[in-house]
Design a protein around this ligand. Structure first.
Ligand code: DC
Length: 205
């Protein structure tokens, strides 16, 4: 059985964490968990009228299949339920167990390197300017047929950053020993290559 090997990837919305995480997981044959989906699933159930703590405590795999999890409304709801300590506590054990599974895992989120897996073998902090992230989000929404404008998307990105970075419990910030990758001026290919280099170096030690 292979020893646990955890890659923790944190950063703000739309910085490229998801793309980098999937590529790193595929490159090193590691399992991948997008932890934002857990908070989105709780947010979606809150929007349907449920109390968020009860929703987090009774989350099931099927909740992660909800096709609406990627909408902007659910994203905002996710960052609202994510400030509730009991919601975070309810999701903790599942994430820790996933991180230490044999064969290794990549987890991406906001607090993976700081709270969920402070012992992770690799910690990356993937970031980009708010303007670049809003531009990317605008393009992605356009491709999916949603019409909106840059200022609205930028305001959304900044509101979510503000909630994610300034909450009392597990705020978004780089772990002290995280390697930061600023993707503002990087292509996807170069950002992935940079992350793969950092992980490969840790794999070899
Ligand atoms: O990564 P995402 O955009 O899908 O995350 C949605 C929200 O969930 C995000 O605004 C904050 C919250 N979140 C969190 O608090 N901790 C995590 N590890 C992952 C997401």
């Amino acid at each position: 059985m292979m020893a646990p090997f955890t890659v923790a990837i944190d950063g703000p919305a739309a910085a490229g964490k998801g793309t980098i995480s999937k590529a790193v997981a595929a490159h090193f044959d590691l399992a991948h968990l997008d932890t934002g989906l857990l908070y989105r699933a709780v947010g979606a159930r809150m929007l349907q009228g449920e109390e968020p703590i009860a929703a987090a405590q009774s989350l099931v795999a099927g909740d992660l299949e909800n096709p609406d999890l990627r909408t902007a409304d659910v994203a905002q709801a996710a960052s609202k339920v994510a400030v509730i300590p009991e919601v975070r506590a309810a999701l903790l054990d599942f994430q820790r167990a996933f991180a230490r599974r044999s064969g290794g895992a990549v987890l991406d989120g906001r607090d993976i390197g700081t709270v969920i897996c402070p012992q992770a073998e690799v910690k990356l902090f993937v970031t980009a300017s708010a303007e670049v992230r809003a531009q990317r989000r605008l393009a992605e929404l356009g491709e999916r047929g949603f019409q909106t404008d840059f200022d609205a998307v930028l305001a959304d990105v900044k509101a979510r950053d503000d909630r994610d970075m300034n909450r009392a419990d597990a705020p978004l910030r780089p772990a002290e020993d995280a390697v930061t990758i600023d993707t503002s001026d990087l292509s996807i290919k170069d950002a992935v290559a940079c992350a793969v280099r950092v992980v490969a170096a840790a794999r070899d030690t």
